[in-house]
Write a protein that binds this ligand. Structure first.
Ligand code: ASP
Length: 321
């Protein structure tokens, strides 16, 4: 018997800023997560592919200013926005990614076009934009990615570090309307899904880390680090300190542990998030689903915006531990 189709999403992990915790703010995040889960659930309920469901969910997460991807992306040290995204199809092991794009409205759609039509897996910067343009994707003025909240966040980070924001700094920056402390928050978005045909897919998108050096690329667009899907094992999307997730090949490690040592989805992802990443001070979390429809959403920070929805059931959303 086939497992019930399911989608899981995340909107970043981090440290909770207690002073910003209020029910109204929390309700906004829950509502955003739920609306996006319902959209992904609808794709799956209509018999759509896991690949389409994760692409659509991440597109909506990019459009939502609450999350650090697309509209609402963080600022680089140069005061610009450089966006990364990836997508992978567990049925075919095909993948697509873009990095350092500055004018593509929805980087995940560019990643999806790479998967669909290109013989290559990743395009970067000007080449990625030329590819996206040739594919007829929507372009925006870079000011589209600007939000006042992220700008304030950057202004504060800029004063404390010449290059990348130190997420381990003891200084805390108040960031109105965001219950997760932006100083200790990784706002990447992502989705994983299992469809009615038994196929898995994953997608991840990010603005990166506030005040990152121009040209810096993190784990989000790297297949195996921030995104991985294989029908034989699982689909994974990560969020956290990108450099550590890259060094650990975090997303692929979950899959490899299932494949090579027969670990369950839960054991494998727990080992990566709670044991392996902390050894190199990797902080963050992931969402993952396997072909049996098991869903896990582990994180080693205090909170992670997250949720999942099985077809026919009410979506579940959460922020804190
Ligand atoms: N992993 C992302 C990066 O390093 C950041 C995040 O998860 O928010 O670019």
């Amino acid at each position: 018997m086939k497992a019930t189709p399911v989608i899981a999403i995340h909107g970043g992990a981090g440290t909770i800023l207690r002073s910003a915790m209020n029910s109204e703010t929390e309700a906004r995040y829950h509502a955003a997560l739920e609306g996006i889960l319902l959209a992904g659930q609808r794709v799956l309920a209509d018999g759509g592919s896991a690949l389409d469901a994760v692409t659509e969910a991440v597109r909506l997460l990019e459009d939502c200013p609450l999350f650090n991807a697309g509209h609402g992306a963080v600022f680089t040290a140069a005061g610009t926005h450089e966006l990364d995204a990836s997508v992978m199809d567990g049925a075919t092991l095909e993948a697509g990614a873009v990095s350092c794009v500055t004018r593509v409205k929805n980087p995940v759609l560019a990643a999806r076009r790479v998967l669909d039509v290109s013989e290559h897996v990743m395009f970067t910067a000007a080449g990625a934009e030329a590819f996206a343009q040739a594919q007829g994707l929507e372009f925006v003025d870079p000011s589209y990615f600007y939000t006042e909240a992220r700008h304030q966040q950057w202004m504060k980070a800029r004063g404390t570090s010449g290059t990348m924001l130190d997420h381990d700094a003891t200084t805390k920056f108040a960031f109105e309307n965001d219950p997760i402390d932006p100083d200790k928050k990784f706002g990447t978005v992502g989705a994983v899904a299992l469809d009615a045909h038994g196929h898995l897919a994953a997608a991840t998108s990010t603005g990166g880390i506030t005040n990152k050096q121009a040209g810096r690329v993190g784990d989000a667009p790297l297949i195996g680090a921030g995104c991985y899907a294989n029908d034989a094992t699982c689909a994974v999307s990560t969020t956290g300190t990108g450099e550590m997730f890259m060094r650990m090949l975090a997303a692929y490690d979950v899959s490899a542990q299932m494949e090579y040592r027969g670990a369950s989805l839960e054991d494998a992802s727990h080992d990566v998030v709670m044991n392996r990443l902390p050894r190199i001070e990797g902080r963050g979390g992931l969402v993952a689903v396997d072909a049996k429809g098991n869903v896990v959403l582990p994180f080693n920070t205090e909170g992670m915006y997250r949720g999942f929805a099985r077809v026919g059931e009410t979506p579940v959303t959460a922020i804190y531990r």
